[in-house]
Design a protein around this ligand. Structure first.
Ligand code: 13P
Length: 263
C-alpha cells in the first residue's frame, strides 16, 4: 500500500525562530508513522536551520520554489542543485507562483525538469481558476498543465512525481470555497486518466496525487477518503501544530482502517 503523503506548505510565513518553535511542537505531537510520510515546506531561509533540527525519521523537507538553471549569473535565485542535499521534494507551479509571479506552462516545465535532474521529487501543482471552472474548461486546463509540465520526463521519472490538484478557487488565498469531495474525485480520476494515456496504466497507478485546496483538521477525513487521493498539500492549517497533527492523525487512522479492512 502507498504511504499517505501530508505536506505542510508554510508559504511566506514564520521567522527562523517561529519555525523552530513550530517544529519543536510538531515533534512532540506527531509520532513516527510508517504508513504516513510527513513533509515540511518552509521558506528558503528557514530550510537550512530546520534541516538540522528535524528528526529525519519523522519529517521530510520540501522547498517551495527554485530556479531551473543549475548555477550562473542569476542574481537573487537559488537552484535545485543547491537544494539537493537539503530536500527530497520541491513544490513546483503552485497557483500563487503562476498567478503572482507569472510562471507560465514552460517555466513550470523547466522547473520540473530541473528538479528531477537534481534528484528532487517535484510536487507539481495543477488546478483551474474559478472562471475556468465556470466556463467548463477544467479538463482542458489540467490537460495542458500536465502535458507541458511532464514533457521532458521519461515514464519512469513520471511515476515518481507527485501531482497536487489545487483548484485555485478552493485555496484560501483566492477565495477558499469549500470543494465537494465528489468534484475533487472527478478531477483526480481525470489526472490519472491523462497519465495513463500518456505513460501507461502502471505509471498512472504509481504516481501520487494529492488534494491541495484548503484542508484543515475538520475536512481532512473527507478529502483523504477520496478513492485515488494519496494525501494532502496543506496551507494555512499547517501553521497550527494542533490542526496539522490532527490531519496527520486522520491520515494514519484511515490507513490503519484500510489495512485492517484488507486483512
Ligand atoms: P490553504 O490551505 O491556505 O487554503 O492553502 C492551500 C494551498 O495553497 C496548499 O499549497
Amino acid at each position: 500500500m502507498k504511504k499517505t503523503l501530508i505536506v505542510a506548505n508554510w508559504k511566506m510565513n514564520l521567522s527562523t525562530h517561529e519555525a523552530s518553535v513550530l517544529v519543536h511542537r510538531l515533534h512532540q505531537t506527531i509520532p513516527t508513522h510508517r504508513s504516513v510520510e510527513v513533509v515540511l515546506a518552509p521558506n528558503l531561509l528557514v530550510l537550512q536551520p530546520i534541516s538540522v533540527e528535524i528528526d529525519r525519521h519523522k519529517f521530510g523537507l520540501a522547498a517551495q520554489n527554485a530556479y531551473h538553471r543549475d548555477s550562473g549569473a542569476f542574481t537573487g535565485e537559488v537552484s535545485y542543485t543547491m537544494l539537493q542535499d537539503l530536500v527530497h521534494y520541491c513544490i513546483v507551479g503552485h497557483s500563487e507562483r503562476r498567478i503572482y509571479f507569472n510562471e507560465t506552462l514552460e517555466v513550470v516545465r523547466d522547473k520540473v525538469a530541473a528538479s528531477v535532474r537534481n534528484g528532487i521529487t517535484p510536487i507539481l501543482c495543477v488546478g483551474e481558476t474559478k472562471q475556468e471552472r465556470t466556463e467548463n474548461q477544467t479538463k482542458q486546463v489540467i490537460h495542458d498543465q500536465i502535458v507541458t509540465a511532464l514533457f521532458r520526463l521519461t515514464s519512469e521519472e513520471v511515476s515518481e512525481v507527485v501531482i497536487a490538484y489545487e483548484p485555485v478557487w478552493a485555496i484560501s488565498t483566492f477565495g477558499g470555497e469549500v470543494a465537494k469531495p465528489h468534484d475533487i474525485k472527478l478531477v483526480i480520476d481525470y489526472i490519472r486518466k491523462q497519465i495513463a494515456d500518456l505513460y501507461g496504466q502502471r505509471v498512472s497507478e504509481e504516481v501520487r496525487v494529492l488534494y491541495g485546496g484548503s484542508v484543515d483538521d475538520q475536512s481532512a477525513q473527507a478529502y483523504l477518503s477520496i478513492d485515488g487521493c494519496d494525501g494532502a498539500l496543506v496551507g494555512s492549517a499547517s501553521l497550527n501544530y494542533q490542526k496539522f497533527a490532527n490531519i496527520v492523525d486522520t491520515a494514519y487512522r484511515l490507513q490503519h482502517e484500510e489495512s485492517e479492512h484488507h486483512g
